[in-house]
Design a protein around this ligand. Sequence first.
Ligand SMILES: [Zn+2]
Length: 154
Amino acid sequence: MANCDMCGREKELVDAIVEGAVMTVCLDCSKHGSVVAINQPVVDKKIELQKEIESSPSYVDVIVSDFDRRIKNARERKGMTQEDLARDLAEKESVIHQLETGKLKPSFRLAKKLSVFLNIDIIESVESSSKGATKDVDLKSVSVTIGDLLKKDI
Ligand SMILES: [Zn+2]
């Protein structure tokens, strides 16, 4: 076991920055105000991860908020009843009714079918708010994993 660079005692040592210089000191000395322990690879990795997320904006598909109005207008333009549309899409009439009244948000599968059939856009790509998603991540918390960060984008 080596000796502490500051007090000379033979103890368990850590690398630390003491007044700008890297020294090997004991745990007692590493608690001094001017000593910064540098054995923190976990924190470094998280900072890199955060930078990566912020520098590469990703896009996510969302259903537009006024899908109900757009579906109804497009159907009426085609001169179809809700029953006609339901039959052509192989969906229940009640599903079409709930979509047009905004009570049911279409799945992406159904939204794509509606978009193609009615020639409308009810799916749009928006830039995912990666900055907002990482803002509330505590970098000091060791319980935060990559999985946790990705979950916030879904
Ligand atoms: Zn010491």
